[in-house]
Each structure stands twice: as structure tokens, then as C-alpha cells.
Ligand binder design. Structure first.
Ligand SMILES: *Cc1c(COP(=O)(O)O)cnc(C)c1O
Length: 364
């Protein structure tokens, strides 16, 4: 059994993806070829955002968003303590300080009620994470940000396609930053990512930063990066979009089936999804006691699992000192209990039953 079944997905899409890739090989425009603009406009219309700027990875998307907003040394950016390192890493790379806020115990998303108390004169942005594929409390966060004149960057690396109060992840705040790492809900065959925004000036800034700060050929008006997504990867995404709506339905159905099957399993706490949004299940993550022993028992039965994430960022050596002010008791508990189960659009019912049965045995 695969944790994320990319082989079955490729088998289903092979004619479409192969033809898309062949077309790029035939025209030979590997950098900023026609598929790049085609994908950007497809993703803009999918999310409802005015602009889409494809970039080299999700990490690059976060970095370029912060650069476009002018975040620099000495600034502070408020974000979640319970996330992948890239979220806070991009802040630190610019010499700014990640101010880590604790999360809600049931959704594992930023506890928005704790944000306002952490705003200081140095705060330059707020960066919530839509963890596991469920959007955080964006409207409440946007309202706080607006009161303080701050931009909001949604780390939507795990939530492309998610719905929130009739809108879509990535199009809910100043910037949405997503990732096309192969195992994400919408993934390419290498690294890729995108920024989405409604703001014309910020979109232009992000486009320039992506190509070494050029506003014209060899006219470098700002400091940028080499941050483009290549044409072949955009072609893969265009191929995958052909089945993406079906995949989102499948993910929803598989998530609902996990919920139903695990309802009777006493030692397992299921993830919570708020009624005004959905989850695209980048991860289907439960909480269990003795997590490492449970993971080992599942592994012994041939069932792969993963831990997202084993420590809050305030407990990681690279961030410990700069985040010494973080008080994140909920994150500390979650980090010891979370366990992500196999999830992909092609996970079949028999395999899913095996996961649930093994988990029930291991937690009994
Ligand atoms: C995957 C991920 C990233 C980074 O994306 P890459 O494309 O791997 O650079 C950032 N934030 C979160 C929450 C992620 O899950």
C-alpha cells in the first residue's frame, strides 16, 4: 500500500500527461513557455483570484510573497507553530522573526483568538497555514489584519482546491501561496508552486521578483530570485487538472469514509472540519496515544503512515532561540499524538478497511 498513490494516478492520466509533455519537448520553450501562462490562467480561474504567478516551489511562493510585501530584517511575521519548517524558514531567511502562535486542538489550524495579542509595531504580515487541507479562520484573521493595516499570506501549500464559505483557498487574502510538490493535493512531477492575489501591484512585484527583479530584459529594478516554475511541470499540472474535480470528490468521499469507519474506534481521535468549509485531505491525520508504537504496529502490517509534524517549530533547533517567546502547549500535545494515514484519490475501499482494522488493533 502507498501512503500517496501517484502511480495509479499516472496510469489513469498517462495519455493526457504524456501528450502534454511531448508538446513541450516539441516546441522546446522550457522556460516560460506557453504552458506556463495557460496553467496560470487555469489556476486563477479555479481559485477565483485575479492573478496567478507560478513559481519554483511552495517555499519560493512564500518567500516571494514576503519579498513583494517588503518584509525585511528586524520585522516580525506572525505564523503557526504547528507547520512545516518552510513557513517560518522563509521569514527567517529575510532576517525577519517568525512569531509563533499556538493552534486549535481540533483543527490544528492557527488559534486566531491569540493573534491580536502578538501584534507589535514590528509586525509586517500574518501568515496562517491551511493545515492538512482545511482553511484556517481566514475571515476573522483578515478582520484583525485590516484593523492593524497588515497583509495576510495564506500558506495554502496543503489546501489547493479547498472551499471556505463559498470561496476557494488561495483567493481569501492578500496572497495565497501553494505548492505542487508531488504528494500535495495538486502535484507536479518535481518542484512547483504558485502565488495567487487580486492585487495588481503585488502581482507585478511577484512576477519581477521571480525573474531576478527584472521589470524588463536586463533591467533589474529590485532584488529578486531565480524562482520560475518550468514549462514541463506546468504541462503536468495542466494534465492533472483534467481529473482534479473528480479527485477532490474522491478525497472528500475517502475522508468521510475514514470518519465513519473510525467513529467506533475508541483509541482514535478523528480530525474536525468546520461546517462552513471542507478539507481536501492533503493529510488525513488522527490523534492517538502512544503514537510511535501505533505507527510501528501499522508498519509491521505493511501500512505506511507519517507524522505531520513531530515537533512544533519552537522545539526545532534552528528556530528555538529566535522563537523563545512562543508558548504553544496545544502544539506540544499534538506533536506527540498526530498520525497521518494513507490518503489519495485512488485509495480503494479494501485498503482503507485494512488501515482502519490495523489501527483499531493497535489502539485497542
Ligand atoms: C509543502 C509545504 C510547503 C513547502 O512547499 P514546497 O513546494 O515543498 O517548497 C510549505 N508549507 C507547508 C505547510 C507545506 O506543507
Amino acid at each position: 500500500m502507498q501512503f500517496t498513490d501517484l502511480k495509479a494516478q499516472y496510469a489513469a492520466l498517462k495519455p493526457i500527461i504524456d501528450a502534454r509533455i511531448q508538446r513541450v519537448l516539441d516546441h522546446g520553450q522550457y522556460i516560460l513557455g506557453p504552458e506556463v501562462a495557460e496553467m496560470e490562467s487555469a489556476l486563477a480561474s479555479h481559485t477565483g483570484a485575479r492573478h496567478c504567478i507560478s513559481v519554483a516551489s511552495g517555499t519560493e511562493a512564500l518567500l516571494i510573497a514576503l519579498m513583494a510585501l517588503g518584509v525585511q530584517a528586524g520585522d516580525e511575521v506572525i505564523t503557526s507553530a504547528f507547520t512545516f519548517a518552510a513557513t517560518a524558514e522563509t521569514i527567517a531567511l529575510l532576517g525577519a522573526r517568525p512569531v509563533l502562535v499556538d493552534v486549535e486542538p481540533d483543527t490544528c489550524n492557527l488559534d486566531v483568538s491569540q493573534v491580536e495579542a502578538r501584534i507589535t509595531p514590528k509586525t509586517r504580515a500574518i501568515m496562517p497555514v491551511s493545515l492538512y487541507g482545511q482553511v484556517a479562520d481566514m475571515d476573522e484573521l483578515n478582520a484583525i489584519a485590516a484593523r492593524h493595516g497588515l497583509p495576510v499570506i495564506e500558506d495554502a501549500a496543503q489546501s489547493f482546491g479547498a472551499a471556505y464559505r463559498g470561496r476557494r483557498s488561495c483567493a481569501l487574502s492578500t496572497f495565497g501561496a501553494t505548492s505542487f510538490f508531488p504528494s500535495k493535493p495538486l502535484g507536479c512531477y518535481g518542484d512547483g508552486g504558485a502565488l495567487l492575489t487580486d492585487d495588481d501591484a503585488l502581482a507585478q512585484a511577484a512576477r519581477e521578483i521571480r525573474v531576478h527583479g527584472q521589470s524588463g530584459r536586463y533591467r533589474h529594478t529590485r532584488i529578486g530570485v531565480g524562482g520560475r516554475m518550468d514549462t514541463l511541470q506546468c504541462a503536468v499540472i495542466l494534465g492533472k487538472l483534467e481529473r482534479f474535480a473528480w479527485e477532490l470528490e474522491r478525497r472528500a468521499a475517502i475522508g468521510a469514509r475514514y470518519d465513519a469507519l473510525l467513529a467506533g474506534v475508541r483509541g482514535v481521535q478523528r480530525p474536525t472540519v468546520r461546517p462552513d468549509r471542507n478539507c481536501v485531505w492533503a493529510q488525513y491525520t488522527v490523534r492517538v496515544e502512544r503514537r510511535d508504537a501505533v505507527a510501528a504496529a501499522l508498519k509491521a502490517e505493511g501500512i505506511p503512515t507519517a507524522v505531520h509534524y513531530p515537533r512544533g517549530l519552537h522545539r526545532q533547533p534552528a528556530f528555538e532561540a529566535m522563537c523563545a517567546d512562543a508558548r504553544c502547549p496545544v502544539t506540544d500535545v499534538l506533536a506527540g499524538q498526530v498520525l497521518s494515514l494513507p490518503m489519495s484519490a485512488d485509495l480503494d475501499a479494501a485498503d482503507q478497511d485494512r488501515v482502519v482494522e490495523a489501527l483499531a488493533r493497535a489502539t485497542a
